[in-house]
Ligand binder design. Structure first.
Ligand SMILES: [Zn+2]
Length: 295
């Protein structure tokens, strides 16, 4: 079940994501990522560096999700049968886990370490392309703003894993007929989540996070490079090829705006594809890019 059988599959379709096997997902991600990287028109060295950074970011996110899974498993193991069947109690455990500073800080730091260099790489390469006399400044305000924005996505991402798990727990509690059956079902979900086979700590999730952030970093850096060149006038939205691209992004294809003006995408305003200050529903898993407009 690869691309052809997924013709009506949509990038925002959560349910289908959840049902897809991990190997299929990885293949699709790989194909899309190659296409995305091709569209950035990087030199061989830049491309290799960017792939390496992207991989590092993904690996680090996988590690953190694993740690979160283990912490969940430990917390669940400490609960009594009665608490395991009580969604209120489970909610408390989840909130304690996901609002813990340790995970928040680790996650934010990982995201910054991986995607700030990518932002700078994309920006520098665009700037040199347009004017090789100019020197890219890594102390630019845009990079700082970008880092702040991607870091601020982390609490929301943690909230969404809490929500996902709680929905699964709630379903399990509904399905169990006795307290011990309910407890077993809840423990089962937590065990699967902890191994990363499915749910918010899975590889699929790690890829989704790193893909979203790499789109943001590559496009955000590009835009800053164009700005620093002082010759670029506008930008043109290029939606990712394929039927999984959101309708709103396909509609945005070809839209031209001034460099410092946002694109209108669906009901959102985005400075670039993946803009982390935009609504989650318009940025998650986006693989769109931008083209430079000189006049
Ligand atoms: Zn997109």
């Amino acid at each position: 079940m690869f691309r052809s059988s997924l013709s009506d599959y949509c990038e925002k379709d959560q349910l289908r994501w959840a049902l897809m096997c991990e190997a299929c997902w990885e293949l699709i991600v790989k194909a899309d990522d190659d296409e995305f990287l091709d569209s950035l028109e990087l030199t061989y060295v830049e491309r290799k560096l960017l792939e390496e950074l992207y991989k590092q970011g993904e690996d680090r996110i996988v590690e953190i999700l694993e740690l979160q899974g283990e912490a969940l498993q430990e917390a669940i193991a400490e609960l009594s049968e009665e608490s395991l069947g009580d969604i209120g109690e489970l909610g408390k455990v989840m909130i304690a886990l996901h609002t813990s500073e340790v995970f928040g800080d680790l996650f934010e730091q990982a995201v910054q370490d991986a995607f700030e260099p990518l932002f700078n790489l994309a920006g520098e390469s665009e700037l040199l392309e347009l004017d090789d006399e100019k020197v890219w400044s890594t102390k630019n305000k845009a990079a700082k703003k970008f880092v702040k924005e991607i870091r601020s996505l982390v609490p929301d991402m943690n909230q969404s894993s809490t929500d996902t798990l709680l929905r699964s727990f709630e379903k399990a509690i509904d399905e169990g007929n006795t307290p011990s059956e309910r407890a077993l079902l809840v423990q089962g979900i937590s065990a699967i989540a902890a191994t990363g086979e499915d749910g918010p700590f899975s590889m699929v999730r790690a890829q989704r996070v790193s893909r979203t952030m790499s789109t943001a970093a590559a496009n955000g850096g590009k835009l800053e490079g164009w700005k620093q060149s002082e010759i670029a006038k506008g930008k043109k939205w290029r939606s990712a090829a394929g039927s999984r691209t959101r309708k709103t992004h396909r509609k945005a294809n070809g839209q031209v705006v001034d460099l410092d003006k946002p694109f209108k995408v669906g009901k959102s305003k985005l400075m670039y594809p993946g803009d982390p200050s935009g609504e989650a529903k318009e940025i998650i898993n986006c693989r769109c890019t931008m083209q430079l407009v000189l006049d």
